[in-house]
Design a protein around this ligand. Structure first.
Ligand code: NAD
Length: 362
Protein backbone atom coordinates (compact mmCIF):
# COMPACT_ATOMS: atom_id res chain seq x y z
CA UNK A 1 0.00 0.00 0.00
CA UNK A 2 1.27 3.50 -0.89
CA UNK A 3 1.06 5.79 2.15
CA UNK A 4 1.08 9.58 2.23
CA UNK A 5 2.12 11.10 5.56
CA UNK A 6 0.44 14.36 6.58
CA UNK A 7 2.54 15.86 9.37
CA UNK A 8 6.08 14.51 9.58
CA UNK A 9 6.99 15.23 13.21
CA UNK A 10 7.58 12.83 16.10
CA UNK A 11 4.66 10.46 15.58
CA UNK A 12 5.18 10.25 11.83
CA UNK A 13 8.74 8.99 12.46
CA UNK A 14 7.24 6.14 14.47
CA UNK A 15 4.86 5.29 11.63
CA UNK A 16 7.77 5.30 9.16
CA UNK A 17 9.81 2.85 11.27
CA UNK A 18 6.83 0.55 11.71
CA UNK A 19 5.76 0.62 8.04
CA UNK A 20 9.31 -0.43 7.19
CA UNK A 21 8.73 -3.62 9.24
CA UNK A 22 5.85 -4.56 6.90
CA UNK A 23 7.09 -5.52 3.45
CA UNK A 24 4.91 -4.36 0.57
CA UNK A 25 4.12 -0.97 2.07
CA UNK A 26 5.84 2.20 0.95
CA UNK A 27 5.76 5.91 1.73
CA UNK A 28 4.66 7.73 -1.44
CA UNK A 29 4.50 11.36 -0.25
CA UNK A 30 5.32 13.65 2.66
CA UNK A 31 3.24 16.69 3.62
CA UNK A 32 4.42 19.26 6.16
CA UNK A 33 4.75 23.07 6.04
CA UNK A 34 7.89 22.85 8.20
CA UNK A 35 11.09 22.06 6.22
CA UNK A 36 12.90 20.81 9.35
CA UNK A 37 10.19 18.18 9.88
CA UNK A 38 10.39 17.06 6.24
CA UNK A 39 14.17 16.71 6.60
CA UNK A 40 13.67 14.68 9.79
CA UNK A 41 11.26 12.34 7.96
CA UNK A 42 13.71 11.96 5.07
CA UNK A 43 16.43 10.86 7.49
CA UNK A 44 14.05 8.31 9.05
CA UNK A 45 12.98 7.07 5.62
CA UNK A 46 16.58 6.58 4.50
CA UNK A 47 17.44 4.73 7.72
CA UNK A 48 14.33 2.52 7.59
CA UNK A 49 13.74 1.94 3.86
CA UNK A 50 17.09 2.83 2.25
CA UNK A 51 18.54 5.63 0.10
CA UNK A 52 16.03 5.26 -2.79
CA UNK A 53 13.55 7.19 -0.62
CA UNK A 54 15.32 10.43 -1.59
CA UNK A 55 12.98 10.44 -4.63
CA UNK A 56 9.79 10.62 -2.53
CA UNK A 57 8.07 13.96 -3.22
CA UNK A 58 7.20 16.37 -0.45
CA UNK A 59 4.57 19.08 -0.22
CA UNK A 60 3.69 21.97 2.06
CA UNK A 61 -0.04 21.20 2.10
CA UNK A 62 -2.60 18.50 1.39
CA UNK A 63 -4.18 19.98 -1.81
CA UNK A 64 -0.81 20.05 -3.62
CA UNK A 65 -0.10 16.45 -2.55
CA UNK A 66 -3.54 15.27 -3.72
CA UNK A 67 -3.05 16.98 -7.08
CA UNK A 68 0.34 15.33 -7.70
CA UNK A 69 0.47 11.90 -6.06
CA UNK A 70 -1.40 8.63 -6.39
CA UNK A 71 -1.61 7.01 -2.98
CA UNK A 72 -3.80 4.34 -1.40
CA UNK A 73 -3.73 5.46 2.23
CA UNK A 74 -2.87 8.47 4.33
CA UNK A 75 -1.74 8.85 7.92
CA UNK A 76 -2.70 12.16 9.56
CA UNK A 77 -0.06 13.02 12.17
CA UNK A 78 -0.33 16.81 12.23
CA UNK A 79 -1.21 18.74 15.43
CA UNK A 80 -4.68 18.09 16.93
CA UNK A 81 -6.05 21.53 15.99
CA UNK A 82 -5.28 20.88 12.30
CA UNK A 83 -7.03 17.48 12.07
CA UNK A 84 -10.46 18.86 11.13
CA UNK A 85 -9.24 21.03 8.22
CA UNK A 86 -6.93 18.29 6.95
CA UNK A 87 -9.67 15.65 7.20
CA UNK A 88 -12.19 17.74 5.28
CA UNK A 89 -9.82 17.57 2.30
CA UNK A 90 -9.02 13.88 2.70
CA UNK A 91 -12.60 12.74 3.32
CA UNK A 92 -13.48 14.05 -0.15
CA UNK A 93 -11.17 11.36 -1.60
CA UNK A 94 -11.34 7.55 -1.53
CA UNK A 95 -8.05 7.20 0.36
CA UNK A 96 -7.93 4.90 3.38
CA UNK A 97 -7.38 7.27 6.32
CA UNK A 98 -5.65 6.62 9.65
CA UNK A 99 -6.05 9.78 11.75
CA UNK A 100 -3.89 10.10 14.83
CA UNK A 101 -5.66 10.66 18.13
CA UNK A 102 -7.46 12.71 19.26
CA UNK A 103 -9.86 12.66 16.29
CA UNK A 104 -10.19 16.46 16.67
CA UNK A 105 -9.60 19.05 19.37
CA UNK A 106 -13.32 19.85 19.82
CA UNK A 107 -16.56 17.85 19.97
CA UNK A 108 -18.11 19.94 17.17
CA UNK A 109 -15.23 19.20 14.79
CA UNK A 110 -15.26 15.50 15.69
CA UNK A 111 -19.03 15.31 15.10
CA UNK A 112 -18.55 16.92 11.70
CA UNK A 113 -15.92 14.30 10.79
CA UNK A 114 -18.23 11.47 11.87
CA UNK A 115 -20.99 12.89 9.68
CA UNK A 116 -18.67 13.07 6.65
CA UNK A 117 -16.85 9.76 7.15
CA UNK A 118 -19.66 7.44 6.01
CA UNK A 119 -20.32 6.25 2.44
CA UNK A 120 -16.71 6.39 1.26
CA UNK A 121 -14.76 3.60 -0.46
CA UNK A 122 -11.72 4.10 1.79
CA UNK A 123 -11.83 3.12 5.46
CA UNK A 124 -11.57 5.64 8.29
CA UNK A 125 -9.63 4.66 11.41
CA UNK A 126 -8.75 6.69 14.52
CA UNK A 127 -5.30 6.06 15.97
CA UNK A 128 -6.38 5.07 19.47
CA UNK A 129 -3.57 2.59 19.54
CA UNK A 130 -3.28 1.63 23.22
CA UNK A 131 -5.77 -1.19 22.51
CA UNK A 132 -3.00 -2.72 20.39
CA UNK A 133 -0.21 -3.00 22.99
CA UNK A 134 -0.04 -6.82 23.22
CA UNK A 135 -0.33 -6.95 27.06
CA UNK A 136 -3.35 -4.62 26.86
CA UNK A 137 -4.93 -6.65 24.06
CA UNK A 138 -4.57 -9.80 26.18
CA UNK A 139 -5.99 -8.00 29.23
CA UNK A 140 -9.07 -6.99 27.22
CA UNK A 141 -9.50 -10.53 25.88
CA UNK A 142 -9.25 -11.98 29.39
CA UNK A 143 -11.86 -9.58 30.81
CA UNK A 144 -14.19 -10.36 27.91
CA UNK A 145 -13.60 -14.10 28.41
CA UNK A 146 -14.97 -13.71 31.94
CA UNK A 147 -11.75 -14.19 33.93
CA UNK A 148 -12.83 -11.63 36.56
CA UNK A 149 -16.46 -12.82 36.49
CA UNK A 150 -18.90 -9.97 36.02
CA UNK A 151 -16.84 -6.77 35.69
CA UNK A 152 -17.77 -4.06 38.20
CA UNK A 153 -14.82 -1.69 38.36
CA UNK A 154 -11.93 -0.68 36.16
CA UNK A 155 -8.98 1.47 37.24
CA UNK A 156 -6.47 2.79 34.70
CA UNK A 157 -3.27 4.47 35.86
CA UNK A 158 -0.84 6.47 33.77
CA UNK A 159 2.25 7.69 35.65
CA UNK A 160 4.66 9.14 33.14
CA UNK A 161 6.97 11.91 32.00
CA UNK A 162 5.80 15.45 31.09
CA UNK A 163 4.68 16.30 27.55
CA UNK A 164 7.69 16.43 25.19
CA UNK A 165 8.60 19.58 23.26
CA UNK A 166 6.76 19.74 19.89
CA UNK A 167 7.27 21.56 16.62
CA UNK A 168 6.07 25.10 17.47
CA UNK A 169 5.25 23.95 21.05
CA UNK A 170 1.61 23.51 20.06
CA UNK A 171 1.00 20.99 22.84
CA UNK A 172 1.43 23.54 25.67
CA UNK A 173 -2.05 25.09 25.34
CA UNK A 174 -5.58 23.71 25.65
CA UNK A 175 -6.71 25.71 22.61
CA UNK A 176 -4.41 23.63 20.38
CA UNK A 177 -4.83 20.20 21.94
CA UNK A 178 -8.35 20.17 23.36
CA UNK A 179 -6.72 19.93 26.82
CA UNK A 180 -4.77 17.08 28.38
CA UNK A 181 -7.91 15.12 29.16
CA UNK A 182 -8.64 15.08 25.40
CA UNK A 183 -5.10 15.03 24.00
CA UNK A 184 -3.57 12.38 26.25
CA UNK A 185 -6.50 10.76 28.01
CA UNK A 186 -8.62 9.99 24.93
CA UNK A 187 -6.47 6.83 24.80
CA UNK A 188 -7.71 5.76 28.22
CA UNK A 189 -11.32 6.78 27.69
CA UNK A 190 -11.25 4.68 24.53
CA UNK A 191 -9.77 1.78 26.50
CA UNK A 192 -12.52 2.10 29.09
CA UNK A 193 -15.20 1.76 26.40
CA UNK A 194 -13.37 -1.12 24.72
CA UNK A 195 -13.04 -3.01 28.03
CA UNK A 196 -16.42 -2.17 29.61
CA UNK A 197 -18.38 -2.55 26.33
CA UNK A 198 -20.86 0.14 27.38
CA UNK A 199 -21.34 3.88 26.97
CA UNK A 200 -20.37 6.60 29.46
CA UNK A 201 -23.16 8.37 31.34
CA UNK A 202 -21.28 10.88 33.50
CA UNK A 203 -17.76 12.13 34.19
CA UNK A 204 -16.23 13.72 37.27
CA UNK A 205 -12.64 14.96 37.08
CA UNK A 206 -10.44 16.65 39.65
CA UNK A 207 -7.29 17.88 37.95
CA UNK A 208 -4.95 20.86 37.58
CA UNK A 209 -1.64 22.15 36.23
CA UNK A 210 0.45 21.82 39.38
CA UNK A 211 4.08 21.03 38.51
CA UNK A 212 5.04 20.86 34.81
CA UNK A 213 5.91 23.75 32.45
CA UNK A 214 5.32 26.34 35.22
CA UNK A 215 8.48 28.28 34.31
CA UNK A 216 7.90 28.19 30.52
CA UNK A 217 6.62 31.30 28.66
CA UNK A 218 5.29 31.47 25.09
CA UNK A 219 4.73 35.09 24.03
CA UNK A 220 4.39 35.76 27.75
CA UNK A 221 1.76 33.05 28.28
CA UNK A 222 2.13 30.20 30.80
CA UNK A 223 1.05 26.72 29.60
CA UNK A 224 -2.47 25.88 30.83
CA UNK A 225 -2.55 22.10 30.38
CA UNK A 226 -3.55 19.76 33.23
CA UNK A 227 -0.60 17.65 34.43
CA UNK A 228 -2.40 15.42 36.97
CA UNK A 229 -5.95 14.32 37.58
CA UNK A 230 -8.35 11.71 38.88
CA UNK A 231 -11.37 11.03 36.67
CA UNK A 232 -14.38 8.85 37.50
CA UNK A 233 -16.66 7.65 34.71
CA UNK A 234 -19.99 5.89 35.29
CA UNK A 235 -21.09 3.59 32.45
CA UNK A 236 -24.63 2.72 31.41
CA UNK A 237 -24.19 -0.95 32.39
CA UNK A 238 -23.35 0.02 36.00
CA UNK A 239 -19.57 -0.40 35.70
CA UNK A 240 -17.55 2.39 37.30
CA UNK A 241 -14.17 3.29 35.86
CA UNK A 242 -11.37 5.53 37.05
CA UNK A 243 -8.39 7.15 35.36
CA UNK A 244 -5.44 8.27 37.50
CA UNK A 245 -3.09 10.48 35.46
CA UNK A 246 0.19 11.89 36.68
CA UNK A 247 2.63 13.48 34.25
CA UNK A 248 5.41 14.20 36.74
CA UNK A 249 6.12 10.57 37.58
CA UNK A 250 8.90 9.81 35.10
CA UNK A 251 10.62 7.65 37.74
CA UNK A 252 7.68 5.22 37.85
CA UNK A 253 8.56 1.59 37.11
CA UNK A 254 5.26 0.94 35.29
CA UNK A 255 4.03 3.72 33.00
CA UNK A 256 0.56 2.27 32.57
CA UNK A 257 -1.34 -0.17 34.72
CA UNK A 258 -4.84 -1.49 34.20
CA UNK A 259 -6.85 -3.13 36.98
CA UNK A 260 -10.22 -4.83 36.40
CA UNK A 261 -12.17 -6.27 39.31
CA UNK A 262 -15.30 -8.40 39.00
CA UNK A 263 -17.26 -10.63 41.32
CA UNK A 264 -14.79 -13.52 40.82
CA UNK A 265 -11.29 -12.05 40.50
CA UNK A 266 -8.97 -9.11 40.03
CA UNK A 267 -6.91 -8.87 36.83
CA UNK A 268 -4.08 -6.40 36.38
CA UNK A 269 -1.41 -5.70 33.79
CA UNK A 270 1.57 -3.35 33.73
CA UNK A 271 3.41 -1.61 30.91
CA UNK A 272 6.34 -1.86 30.22
CA UNK A 273 6.76 -5.01 32.35
CA UNK A 274 4.07 -6.86 30.36
CA UNK A 275 3.25 -8.79 33.56
CA UNK A 276 -0.40 -9.80 33.75
CA UNK A 277 -1.63 -11.03 37.14
CA UNK A 278 -4.89 -12.81 37.92
CA UNK A 279 -5.93 -12.89 41.60
CA UNK A 280 -9.14 -14.90 42.13
CA UNK A 281 -11.17 -14.28 45.27
CA UNK A 282 -10.48 -16.85 47.97
CA UNK A 283 -12.18 -17.53 51.31
CA UNK A 284 -10.77 -15.38 54.11
CA UNK A 285 -7.57 -17.00 55.45
CA UNK A 286 -7.22 -19.45 52.52
CA UNK A 287 -3.99 -19.37 50.50
CA UNK A 288 -3.99 -16.92 47.60
CA UNK A 289 -4.26 -18.44 44.11
CA UNK A 290 -2.42 -15.78 42.08
CA UNK A 291 -1.20 -16.61 38.55
CA UNK A 292 1.25 -14.45 36.58
CA UNK A 293 2.02 -14.35 32.88
CA UNK A 294 4.49 -12.29 30.87
CA UNK A 295 3.04 -11.00 27.58
CA UNK A 296 6.08 -10.52 25.35
CA UNK A 297 6.58 -8.08 22.45
CA UNK A 298 9.32 -8.66 19.82
CA UNK A 299 12.49 -6.59 20.14
CA UNK A 300 12.23 -5.23 16.56
CA UNK A 301 8.68 -4.04 17.23
CA UNK A 302 9.62 -2.49 20.59
CA UNK A 303 12.55 -0.67 18.98
CA UNK A 304 10.35 0.81 16.22
CA UNK A 305 8.30 2.96 18.58
CA UNK A 306 7.63 4.43 21.99
CA UNK A 307 4.27 2.73 22.55
CA UNK A 308 5.10 -0.85 23.48
CA UNK A 309 4.27 -2.26 20.03
CA UNK A 310 0.96 -0.45 19.70
CA UNK A 311 1.84 1.43 16.49
CA UNK A 312 2.96 -1.78 14.76
CA UNK A 313 -0.06 -3.91 15.69
CA UNK A 314 -2.46 -1.06 14.98
CA UNK A 315 -0.95 -0.56 11.50
CA UNK A 316 -1.31 -4.28 10.80
CA UNK A 317 -4.96 -4.19 11.86
CA UNK A 318 -5.48 -1.04 9.75
CA UNK A 319 -4.01 -2.81 6.69
CA UNK A 320 -6.22 -5.86 7.31
CA UNK A 321 -9.28 -3.60 7.37
CA UNK A 322 -8.19 -1.55 4.35
CA UNK A 323 -7.62 -4.75 2.35
CA UNK A 324 -11.02 -6.11 3.38
CA UNK A 325 -9.79 -8.94 5.60
CA UNK A 326 -11.10 -7.55 8.91
CA UNK A 327 -13.42 -4.85 10.25
CA UNK A 328 -12.37 -1.35 11.28
CA UNK A 329 -11.69 -1.58 15.00
CA UNK A 330 -11.57 2.12 15.94
CA UNK A 331 -14.14 4.02 13.87
CA UNK A 332 -14.79 7.77 13.68
CA UNK A 333 -17.60 7.43 16.26
CA UNK A 334 -15.16 5.83 18.72
CA UNK A 335 -12.85 8.79 18.18
CA UNK A 336 -15.73 11.21 18.77
CA UNK A 337 -16.81 9.59 22.05
CA UNK A 338 -13.25 9.57 23.38
CA UNK A 339 -12.99 13.30 22.57
CA UNK A 340 -16.38 13.93 24.22
CA UNK A 341 -15.32 12.09 27.40
CA UNK A 342 -12.11 14.12 27.50
CA UNK A 343 -14.00 17.36 26.93
CA UNK A 344 -16.42 16.40 29.73
CA UNK A 345 -13.44 15.81 32.04
CA UNK A 346 -11.97 19.22 31.14
CA UNK A 347 -15.28 20.95 31.94
CA UNK A 348 -15.64 18.92 35.14
CA UNK A 349 -12.16 19.87 36.36
CA UNK A 350 -12.74 23.54 35.55
CA UNK A 351 -16.25 23.83 36.99
CA UNK A 352 -15.76 21.29 39.82
CA UNK A 353 -18.92 19.32 39.10
CA UNK A 354 -20.18 16.09 37.58
CA UNK A 355 -20.77 16.46 33.82
CA UNK A 356 -23.44 14.33 32.15
CA UNK A 357 -22.51 13.07 28.68
CA UNK A 358 -25.98 14.11 27.44
CA UNK A 359 -25.35 17.76 28.28
CA UNK A 360 -22.29 18.09 26.05
CA UNK A 361 -23.45 16.29 22.89
CA UNK A 362 -26.48 17.09 20.80
N1 NAD B 1 -0.73 7.54 19.11
C1 NAD B 1 -0.01 8.15 20.04
O1 NAD B 1 0.19 7.64 21.11
C2 NAD B 1 0.53 9.52 19.72
C3 NAD B 1 1.76 9.91 20.25
C4 NAD B 1 2.25 11.18 19.92
C5 NAD B 1 1.47 12.03 19.14
N2 NAD B 1 0.27 11.62 18.67
C6 NAD B 1 -0.57 12.50 17.84
O2 NAD B 1 0.08 12.67 16.58
C7 NAD B 1 -0.16 14.00 16.10
C8 NAD B 1 1.20 14.66 15.84
O3 NAD B 1 1.92 14.73 17.04
P1 NAD B 1 3.51 14.81 17.04
O4 NAD B 1 3.93 14.40 18.39
O5 NAD B 1 4.08 14.09 15.88
O6 NAD B 1 3.71 16.40 16.86
P2 NAD B 1 4.95 17.16 16.16
O7 NAD B 1 4.83 18.58 16.55
O8 NAD B 1 6.22 16.43 16.45
O9 NAD B 1 4.65 16.99 14.60
C9 NAD B 1 3.55 17.59 13.96
C10 NAD B 1 3.98 18.01 12.57
O10 NAD B 1 2.81 18.42 11.83
C11 NAD B 1 3.20 19.56 11.04
N3 NAD B 1 2.01 20.31 10.63
C12 NAD B 1 1.44 21.40 11.22
N4 NAD B 1 0.34 21.78 10.52
C13 NAD B 1 0.22 20.90 9.48
C14 NAD B 1 -0.70 20.77 8.42
N5 NAD B 1 -1.76 21.59 8.29
N6 NAD B 1 -0.51 19.78 7.50
C15 NAD B 1 0.54 18.93 7.62
N7 NAD B 1 1.44 19.01 8.63
C16 NAD B 1 1.28 19.97 9.55
C17 NAD B 1 4.17 20.31 11.93
O11 NAD B 1 4.98 21.19 11.16
C18 NAD B 1 4.94 19.17 12.55
O12 NAD B 1 6.08 18.82 11.78
C19 NAD B 1 -0.98 14.71 17.17
O13 NAD B 1 -2.34 14.64 16.86
C20 NAD B 1 -0.70 13.89 18.43
O14 NAD B 1 -1.74 13.94 19.39
C21 NAD B 1 -0.20 10.36 18.92
Amino acid sequence: MRFALVGTGLMAQEHIRNLALMPGNIVAALVDPEPASLAWARRSLAESFGPATAEIPDFADVPSMLAAVEADAVIVASPNFTHHDVLLLLLATDLHILCEKPLCATIADAEDVVARSGGRRGIFWVGMEYRFMPPVTRFIEDVHAGQVGTLHRLALHEHRFPFLPKVGDWNRFNRNTGGTMVEKCCHFFDLMRAIVRAEPVSVFCSGAADVNHRDERYDGQVPDIIDNSFTIVDFDNGVRAMLDLCMFAEGSEEQESLVAIGDRAKLEVGIPSGIKTLSPRVPLGAPKAVTREHVAVGDDVLAAGHHHGATYFQLRAFLDAAEGRAPVQVAARDGLIAVAMGAAAEISAREKRVVGMREIRA
